[in-house]
Design a protein around this ligand. Structure first.
Ligand code: ADP
Ligand code: MG
Length: 454
């Protein structure tokens, strides 16, 4: 929330909300908004109705829970459209503006460019795991719409820098040419806005707006795939831009082959550059932590950073999250960060060295025992809930506790990578919504570790 400093009692509440809904969603929907908090009423000022609806539908529940948990109150939420803020903006489609500093609204408008200025090429650490994506992104930003670079498709599992690179491209383009028309948008927003345009019986204006762009940055296109109408609309938008040689950059948490597009779109998607970002190695993780430390200017030793980098291997988002958690703890308690403190504060995030020995079979064995299903059921085609659910849990745990990649996990369970992603997300969501289930999973993890320690 933009003016959160006015309400110090709400800092931890919103911190918690950010942790639950994820930084990307928070940055997109909540961070730019202003609030007013008096009595039990939280007023959120927003640029348009669409914004309010989104928060209401997706996040109100989480916000209310967090207020109850931290402040013990049942908060009443009011959404107010702030007229003076963005008088011409009626929906996110209208925000195809150039450089925010120069936009016609006269002041920096966080809703306008949709680009986060904090994600640039300069603060992206280049490494063997992302080098090709990084170079391709730079090439694109310097030479828009060149046949060989169009479209640029970047894919990876979550938290490895796709969104960062998309913003970096947009920021670079605007730096070189402040009047360029750049739009950053997530697949999820594309879908909601398209549906909104259909409801308003105005798909034409929706189309026109996209098609005037110089560069369209669309994040997380997996949200569009599988939704037929939206896929068609996306295909048309894509073609219109592509044929007029406008730059298109897409990101996805699946490979382009795994997206459910029709063949023509798939082959077009693959006609430019397709590049994967892999998990960073230890040296890169240390370099990233150093850079984050320097950017927040907090005194924390290299030994502690190396310790975190060893322990957090999943992705960059968790790596950053761990650093910030440690910094928050140390500043709140007035202590200097040390390995011992990091061990304690980050206990839930760190991979213990035991994990190196955890293998899929012990996960299947323990989960099977817990839910009373047989080893072979994990790989069978049976879909009854009493088997499918433990299988999803086992896939989730394999992803959490081993170093296997998503396709490798898929093979261990006789499934494909998308099924693993779905299992992982479903179980994760239940863990965050259901504390009893979270405790059950914790117990299973302890049992797995106990077996593997023998
Ligand atoms: P994705 O979109 O792939 O899920 P993000 O781009 O949101 O991942 O990255 C998660 C976080 O990690 C962001 O805060 C981003 O700035 C940071 N990050 C990822 N890769 C790097 C990198 N190579 N250098 C610096 N920061 C990075
Ligand atoms: Mg992202």
């Amino acid at each position: 929330m933009q003016n959160l400093e006015k309400y110090p009692q709400l800092v931890s509440v919103f911190q918690d909300i950010e942790n639950i809904i994820g930084k990307d969603s928070y940055d997109m929907w909540l961070r730019p908004a202003e609030i007013d908090f008096a009595g039990n009423v939280l007023t959120i000022f927003l640029p348009n109705q669409f914004w309010g609806n989104t928060i209401h539908e997706r996040y109100e529940h989480t916000i209310k829970d967090a207020f109850l948990k931290h402040l013990g109150i049942t908060v009443e939420m009011v959404y107010q459209i702030s007229k003076q803020e963005t008088p011409t903006v009626t929906s996110a489609q209208d925000v195809i503006l150039a450089n925010p500093e120069q936009n016609t609204l006269g002041k920096i408008n966080p809703f306008a460019s949709r680009l986060s200025s904090s994600h640039t090429f300069e603060n992206f650490i280049e490494s063997p795991s992302n080098r090709f994506a990084y170079k391709a992104a730079q090439a694109v930003s310097h030479k828009l719409g060149a046949r060989e670079n169009n479209p640029l498709v970047i894919y990876s599992s979550p938290g490895l820098g796709k969104t960062h690179l998309l913003h970096a491209i947009g920021n670079q383009i605007l730096k070189d040419n402040p009047s360029a028309k750049v739009l950053y948008m997530s697949g999820e927003e594309f879908v909601s806005e398209y549906i909104e345009a259909l409801q308003n019986k105005d798909p034409e204006s929706f189309r026109r707006k996209y098609r005037t762009l110089d560069c369209f940055l669309m994040d997380d296109i997996q949200f569009v795939s599988g939704k037929e109408q939206c896929t068609i609309e996306f295909f048309n938008t894509f073609n219109a831009l592509f044929e007029s040689k406008k730059q298109i950059v897409l990101s996805s948490d699946r490979t382009p082959q795994q997206l459910e597009w029709n063949e023509r779109l798939s082959s077009r998607l693959l006609s430019g550059i397709t590049t994967e970002i892999k998990r960073p190695n230890l040296e890169t993780r240390i370099a990233i932590l150093r850079q984050k430390r320097d950017s927040i200017n907090f005194d924390i030793g290299d030994d502690v950073l190396a310790f975190i980098a060893e322990g957090v291997q999943t992705n960059v988002r968790e790596l950053e999250g761990s650093l910030f958690r440690l910094v928050a703890y140390c500043s709140a308690h007035g202590v200097i960060p040390s390995i011992a403190i990091a061990k304690e504060v980050l206990a839930d995030f760190l991979v213990s060295t035991n994990n190196l020995f955890i293998n899929v079979n012990s996960i299947k064995k323990i989960v099977g025992k817990h839910f009373n299903i047989k080893m072979e059921d994990f790989n069978s085609k049976r879909k009854t809930q009493s088997i499918a659910w433990p299988r999803q849990i086992a896939m989730f745990l394999t992803n959490e506790l081993t170093d296997l990649s998503l396709p490798e996990i898929g093979r261990e369970f006789n499934r494909d990578h998308t099924t693993v992603i779905h299992a992982r997300d479903t179980v994760k969501e239940k863990i965050s919504n259901d504390p009893f289930f979270a405790a059950e999973i914790n117990q299973i993890i302890l049992d797995i570790k106990a077996v593997d320690n023998k």
